[in-house]
Design a protein around this ligand. Structure first.
Ligand code: GTQ
Ligand code: FE2
Length: 353
């Protein structure tokens, strides 16, 4: 390959000949410059995004992913995934639900197998319906049942399979738009180790004790069962709760005591019968998924009614409040980029916006 020599810059006379600001701007744009004082987007008073609050309704999502199941196999598709693409996103880069978060629905049918791969984006999954599917993360096999929350830490080999009956459908959450924007995307599709599937007990997975000569990642907690989460929430039902989120718990990674993943946190919240939360907004963005019940959320003044299976996006700095006007419980699962925003020292919240 030859070495390209950049031509010397225009200096002296041609710059002395610039006679007006308009001529200056023309020269600047021809020579890879731009004057700050002409920019309107350099320092905005608050976050600017084209992303909109939006809801994907499960009545339609389910029909679409089932239809995709008729039309394409996992063998052909690698992953049978329909991404939730925010209608405010006009970019040609990776689809996204918010500026930083990928959300999608994935389905596997009995007998199908999605081959192993690994990538720098981290993934989390919330099982919407079905049972009998499993995922294998760095050799550890995890069964998937409706309501379970699972993680696939970045760069871990993962594959999916299904040896039960009926379709299994889950929600995928990835930080891939953030990873892509930061130009940190790597992926491998070959070379997964053929290691035997090891099964470590909960006591090792919980980090309660840890062998000092082994990598703790081997034991990392990969699944949080719905029953356990609901038991914790049930214990808290009589408490005051959070005025902005009612009875909300965060999925904690017991190995670190921190969020489920370095870039993404995940939550389950009970909106008790009649609950109506106060509005707030954060610089993190969030994807919500309705697990049980019906209700509505008010996103930047717009009311979105929801029912089980629906998924909605709350982009950065969008004010949100939730309500359960019914006499039964409502349960919302959610994930956000809050840990990434916090790690950069950028997290802000405004209450009762
Ligand atoms: O299941 O491995 O929704 O790699 C997007 C990328 C799911 C997966 C997605 C993925 C996967
Ligand atoms: Fe993946």
């Amino acid at each position: 390959m030859g070495i390209m020599t950049a031509t010397g810059p225009d200096t002296g006379a041609s710059i002395a000949a610039i006679g007006s600001l308009d001529e200056l701007y023309a020269f600047l744009s021809d020579h890879a410059y731009e004057a700050l004082w002409t920019m309107e987007n350099a320092l905005t008073r608050q976050p600017v995004t084209t992303m909109r609050p939006y809801i994907w309704r499960y009545r339609q999502v389910r029909d679409l992913i089932m239809r995709a199941g008729d039309l394409i196999s996992v063998a052909e598709a690698d992953r049978r995934v329909l991404a939730f693409r925010n209608p405010g996103f006009s970019g040609r880069e990776l689809a996204r639900a918010t500026d930083t978060l990928w959300a999608a629905v994935q389905m596997v049918l009995p007998g199908e197998a999605a081959p192993p791969h690994r990538h720098t984006p981290s993934a989390l999954r919330f099982i919407i319906e079905g049972e009998g599917a499993y995922t294998i993360v760095d050799g550890a096999r995890v069964q998937m049942e409706a309501g379970d929350f699972l993680i696939t830490p970045n760069w871990s080999w993962h594959e999916h399979g299904h040896d039960g009956a009926g379709a299994v459908i889950w929600l995928d959450g990835l930080d891939s738009p953030m990873v892509s924007t930061l130009r940190q995307m790597f992926a491998e599709f070959e070379g997964a180790p053929q290691s035997k599937t090891h099964v470590y007990s909960d006591v090792l997975r919980s980090g309660y004790v840890e062998p000092s000569w082994m990598d703790r990642a081997v034991f990392s907690t990969l699944v949080w069962k719905l029953d356990d989460t609901l038991r914790a929430i049930e214990e808290l039902r009589g408490e005051q709760g959070d005025p902005y989120d009612d009875v909300i718990v965060e999925y904690r990674n017991p190995q670190t005591g921190g969020p489920a993943l370095p870039t993404m946190s995940a939550f389950m919240q009970l909106l008790r019968p009649g609950a109506k939360t106060w509005a707030h907004r954060q610089t993190s963005s969030t994807v919500y998924h309705v697990v049980r019940g019906t209700g509505y959320s008010v996103l930047d003044g717009q009311r979105f009614e929801w029912e089980p299976g629906d998924t909605f996006a709350v982009p950065t700095w969008v004010s949100h409040a939730h309500a359960n006007p019914t006499s039964g419980d409502a349960l919302l699962f959610s994930f956000s980029d809050e840990p990434a925003v916090r790690a950069l020292g950028l997290y802000r919240e405004q209450k009762a916006a």
